[in-house]
Design a binder for this molecule. Structure first.
Ligand SMILES: Cc1cc2nc3c(=O)[nH]c(=O)nc-3n(C[C@H](O)[C@H](O)[C@H](O)COP(=O)(O)O)c2cc1C
Length: 207
């Protein structure tokens, strides 16, 4: 039986967990996006959220190239995607390429946490988007050389993920069974006992 977009939305919610903000439950990464455009006002809100992420030495090393559907920028980002991602991501109305400056601006020293900070800012985007009823889907599956050349990104910037941003679409619009299967399967996570430790190999006592 084919699930509808709203049934999938329910299925993808993380299980209710006390004291976790609702956006952490509702954020998930669809591959089916609807045609609906993201307003300029909402785009501004998600980048405003990114702006307020913490970063090493407050360097704010992140930069984002934003392509909206039918633009040259969108086309360039879409063309850099690997074929698996090309099959679904260009249906989203917005594609975003993230990058981070590898040196601190004040002394040119290497900033080994630049990509880490970009990841934090990107997470802020995903959560602000979720709060606005939008969805995001990040991708490592793109050709960095192609993207770098297309936008003439200088070497001092390391590339992060490409992100699709838009509204969830009907799962039935996906082009193949593999994508449909993953779209309609529940999300899973490692238990806390595996990822939060008191010592190496020893789970932290959290209750
Ligand atoms: C850095 C990064 C790279 C990813 N690359 C891809 C990708 O190339 N293609 C894809 O379909 N999903 C990609 N994903 C999505 C993950 O598979 C997804 O976030 C994960 O399965 C957890 O699902 P959820 O986001 O719905 O909770 C990527 C996610 C991240 C954070």
């Amino acid at each position: 039986m084919m699930l509808s977009a709203s049934e999938v939305e329910q299925l993808k919610q993380a299980p209710a967990t006390e004291e976790v903000l609702p956006v952490f439950r509702s954020r998930w990464s669809p591959r089916s996006f609807s045609d609906r455009e993201v307003s300029a006002a909402d785009l501004r809100k998600v980048f405003e959220a990114a702006r307020w992420a913490p970063s090493s030495n407050n360097e704010q090393p992140w930069r984002f190239i934003v392509g909206r559907r039918n633009s040259d920028t969108f086309q360039k980002i879409a063309s850099s995607l690997v074929s698996f991602n090309q099959a679904w991501a260009p249906k989203a109305p917005t594609l975003i390429l993230g990058m981070a400056k590898k040196q601190f601006s004040h002394n040119n020293a290497s900033n080994n946490f630049a990509l880490f900070d970009l990841g934090a800012a990107t997470s802020f985007i995903t959560l602000q988007a979720a709060a606005l009823g939008l969805h995001t889907h990040q991708m490592a599956g793109y050709d960095q050389d192609v993207a770098r050349k297309a936008f003439q990104i200088p070497d001092e910037f390391a590339l992060g993920s490409v992100m699709a941003l838009g509204y969830q679409g009907e799962p039935s619009a996906l082009p193949n069974a593999k994508l449909l299967d993953s779209e309609t399967s529940p999300r899973s996570r490692k238990p806390l006992s595996e990822i939060v430790l008191a010592a190496w190999g020893e789970p932290a006592q959290l209750s």
